[in-house]
Ligand binder design. Sequence first.
Ligand SMILES: [Zn+2]
Ligand SMILES: [Zn+2]
Length: 332
Amino acid sequence: MKKIVVLMLLAAIVCMPCAAFAQASQTSEFERFLAEHNLTIPQVFADESGAEDFYYWVMDILREDPYHIFAFGHYDYQIFSEQIQQAYLDENNISSVFNINASVDQRDLLKYNSFYADGSPNYNCYSYAIDYTSQWLIIGTLSGQRWDPKTATFESSVNMLRDDLEVLGNDCISINYDLPQANDIYNGYNVIALRLSPIGESSTDFHFMKLDYSFGDVWRHKPGKTCILTYNDSPTNDRIWSSEGVAKIGNDYYYTSSSLYYDSKIAYITYAETHMYSISYTGNNYHGRGTDQNKHFYEYTKTCNSCGYSYTYWRAELCKGPCPLQRVVEYV
Ligand SMILES: [Zn+2]
Ligand SMILES: [Zn+2]
């Protein structure tokens, strides 16, 4: 009995420093990698541990597939994953040149989507969704705000998105949480869907789809720098958006997928530059006095059919009389 206790004590003493060492060496591996390849942690990660989680996630993918094509919504994730990849290829003496003579077409490997069109690698899901394809967009970019995945909530992300759309001159913006139907969308309106994702422990990415209602209830999206896809289903909350895409390199199409997924609730944003008003008479009216004594005033409400914004106003019309209200006024 005594022997066993001693042994256990010994094991505890021996293993304690060994556990501490394992932890230290794990941290230093990430730090060594950064230092050796002259990489800096991008702004999207608040602290080193978030970046480190991301690094191990990327490295796991690269060990399986050194040529994995990464596709994120956020630019910092995209760039950091590609920097890690390039460094990984260098370190392992793997050529970083794709074999583009092989004539590869993997578009039919798509499971949840079908191929729609080529898309430039210079813009992402958000740019595609709002048709602002001159640059890679992060939520808040257009309204001068920085979307921070550590502090952003779903609601604050939606609010930042609304600010962006306002900056682009959209007066009519409505946010809904029920899937819109193509039939209910007014001509000229745009509909996009926003969803957030966990990546590892401390990072969150975003993804967008847009409704192409000229084709019915058809949703399209562009994962990161890859091609434009048609989503095979409707974007509903009960179905996770799995990350997959097709990247065009040279004349070839490479399929890519990863464990990244988007599973938050979905916000559907309908927007246009101007409201879609319908006008209704409130029933309120009065006959004018003084210089307006031959006018009659009617109150109307203008209500936007899309976003619900409304206001009331009075409109004067010539009173052709005989007007009972005129008499009332005269007797007052
Ligand atoms: Zn409106
Ligand atoms: Zn009148």
